[in-house]
Design a protein around this ligand. Structure first.
Ligand SMILES: Cc1cc2nc3c(=O)[nH]c(=O)nc-3n(C[C@H](O)[C@H](O)[C@H](O)COP(=O)(O)OP(=O)(O)OC[C@H]3O[C@@H](n4cnc5c(N)ncnc54)[C@H](O)[C@@H]3O)c2cc1C
Length: 434
């Protein structure tokens, strides 16, 4: 779908024949619904290439009330499709160079480069091939055997046997083989990242309003003409749906019959205090054998634990009414898997948990980004468990689609890869590890 040229800024006041100024509807060049990581990265990427008047409307009282605030914000590149690897690589590059990306000297957020460990599980051939593939795509990776792993992460058990998650039966652990580490990967504090984006967007003239819900959308001749929100109305030719798990409601307001099934999905997270008996640095780690991923948090004092299994991404919910706690069964199974993978956990303390939402594209688990059949209406939805790392790159795709201009640092990936009118992507793994 063609990029849209923006009209010049319009005035907000006119002088009536009698000389008394009359208020007209407020105007903007672009309205973005949602101030999560996608909406704010899109706003920055647009502001970097145009002087368009941008207004971001966020229904929450502050940043991070949707998916972003609950995110584990793991930044890793290993995906099965090369172009998703490149998209992740380009998104994560922004976090690695966060002060430059923002043009901000003292950001709150940073990429904690713990390394992202992919355990070999005894299949050295696959690990080595994956490492070569990622290197070819510009990702920094290292491979190592069990001894090398022990030097880097002494608490990680390399065992290639799956733990018995049904009966909890112990086993004698075996060697793991060859493992791969994405040496520049890790995680970010997601709310710090949002705060940083607010700090740079406002001085650039981007207006971000909290407690501001989009409640209606008007079209003229099939194109966006104005957006109604809880505080008034904005005439605008462009509306961006960055509403995360509420994206379907916004499509409904626009009257867009979206062919992509975008499912707000309950995602459970467990976190624990890290005991002193866990020695050395804890990596960000994907452990498909145990069905978990984990990473350190809070200067390494805690460990965050989630699932990598598709079966744990099947609880489709109403984004305004879902259980924000964690199920006992889920916590018990994931903690059992963690106890197998991380030595020295002992008796666990400070076990807690919560649930957040992400929006799964139930056809091919990839985001849908760009123009739609409604003139001036752009979407960036269905980001699943990938949206945090991809956000700077998705912002780049959106900005290119809206403004029609590339700038240095834009992702190499072509916009057609995630376009609204693309064919479904053929994908072997539909879990978060897609
Ligand atoms: C538990 C969990 C773990 C995750 N782990 C990872 C990970 O490790 N790595 C990774 O890359 N990604 C991860 N993700 C996914 C990632 O966090 C999301 O894909 C990403 O945050 C989506 O951002 P967003 O801006 O689209 O959505 P959101 O952050 O939900 O932002 C959308 C915003 O729109 C607002 N809104 C909605 N409707 C309206 C309206 N009508 N008017 C105004 N405002 C509106 C909402 O209030 C919300 O703040 C995880 C997510 C969860 C929940």
């Amino acid at each position: 779908m063609a990029a849209r040229r923006l009209p010049p800024r319009s005035m907000t006041c006119v002088r009536a024949p009698g000389g008394i100024p009359q208020r007209m509807a407020e105007t903007a060049d672009i309205v973005i619904a949602g101030a999560g990581i996608i909406g704010l990265c899109a706003a920055l990427q647009i502001a970097k290439r145009s002087r368009s008047k941008i207004i971001v409307l966020e229904k929450g009282a502050g940043p991070g009330e949707g998916s972003t605030g609950a995110s584990s914000a793991v930044c890793r590149t290993k995906y099965s499709l090369d172009r998703t690897v490149v998209l992740a690589r380009d998104g994560i590059a922004a976090y690695r160079n966060w002060p430059d990306f923002l043009a901000l000297g003292d950001p709150f957020a940073r990429l904690h480069q713990t390394g992202v460990l992919w355990l070999g599980n005894g299949d050295a051939g696959t690990t080595v091939r994956e490492a070569e593939r990622l290197k070819m795509l510009g990702v920094a990776v290292a491979t190592m055997d069990d001894a090398g792993l022990a030097e880097l992460y002494p608490s990680v058990n390399p065992c290639a046997l799956a733990p018995d998650l049904v009966h909890g039966a112990p086993h004698d652990c075996i060697a793991g083989g060859i493992h791969m580490v994405e040496t520049e990967g890790g995680y970010v504090d997601p709310v710090d990242a949002l705060q940083d984006l607010l700090r740079v967007l406002r001085p650039r003239g981007v207006e971000i309003r909290f407690g501001a819900e989009v409640t209606g959308v008007d079209l003229r001749s099939g194109d966006i003409s104005s957006v109604r929100w809880s505080g008034g109305e904005i005439r605008t030719p462009v509306l961006v749906n960055a509403a995360g798990p509420w994206c379907n409601a916004l499509n409904g307001l626009v009257g867009l019959d979206c062919p992509w099934p975008l499912r707000p999905t309950r995602i459970q997270i467990v976190h624990i205090d890290r005991p002193d008996t866990v020695v050395g640095p804890v990596p960000t780690c994907a452990d498909p054998l145990g069905g978990i991923y984990f990473r350190p948090q809070n200067r390494g004092q805690q460990i965050v634990l989630g699932s990598v299994l598709e079966e744990d991404e099947r609880e489709f919910v109403d984004p305004d009414d879902f259980d924000r706690g964690v199920d006992n069964d889920f916590a018990a199974i994931k903690l059992h898997a963690l106890q197998h993978r991380l030595r020295g956990l002992g008796h666990l303390r400070g076990v807690a948990g919560y649930s957040g939402l992400y929006t799964i594209n139930d056809i091919d688990v990839h985001p849908v980004v760009g123009a739609t059949p409604v003139g001036g209406y752009f979407v960036a939805n269905g980001c699943s468990g990938h949206g945090f790392k991809l956000a700077p790159a998705i912002g780049s795709l959106l900005a290119q689609a809206i403004i029609g201009q590339r700038i240095a640092g834009d992702t190499e990936v072509d916009a057609s890869a995630l376009a609204y009118d693309r064919a479904p992507i053929e994908i072997a793994t539909r879990s978060v590890l897609a």
